[in-house]
Design a protein around this ligand. Sequence first.
Ligand code: AMP
Length: 170
Amino acid sequence: MLDLYSFVADVPDYPEPGIVFKDITPLLANADAFLQAVEQMAAPFADKGIDIVVGIESRGFLVAGSIAERIGAGVGLVRKPGKLPRETVSVTYDLEYGTDSLEIHADAFEHGANVLIVDDVLATGGTLAACKELVEKAGGTVLGATMLIELTFLGGRAKFDGPLNAVLTY
Ligand code: AMP
């Protein structure tokens, strides 16, 4: 087993002062580290009847495909407004300052599909909570979420009601 922590680069004060950005590009660039990360993200949900793995733009997309392939599911894309070409469902959520929105295709999955949400980093949990609301609005059932990194000191987990797996915790 590799020490995956050694493949995450801390970038202080990016993209703004006071934020330590978790740069996962060294992990993505190493074949063995990437494989181990994807396996650990997928394992708890391998036999849970997941139909669709929903990835959050944009780093969530990088792991969504690999996880879906491993657990025998399809992939759904949650994107920033205006990026999806057909009819969408959208959700707006509060940021520290202002609001943001996320969209998914209205027919991204069948009504009642079992959905796993994936992303690279869980920080305050606002994005994950919004994504869950979005999936439910589109008719899906969220069976859980899996993250590469959880910033536990921000308490984002409390905003998600359901099984939440994180490979690396800080
Ligand atoms: P949040 O809604 O606060 O949980 O933020 C989650 C989203 O912001 C994820 O899509 C992450 O990619 C990104 N993000 C938040 N904080 C960080 C961080 N410290 N390093 C890298 N990405 C982050």
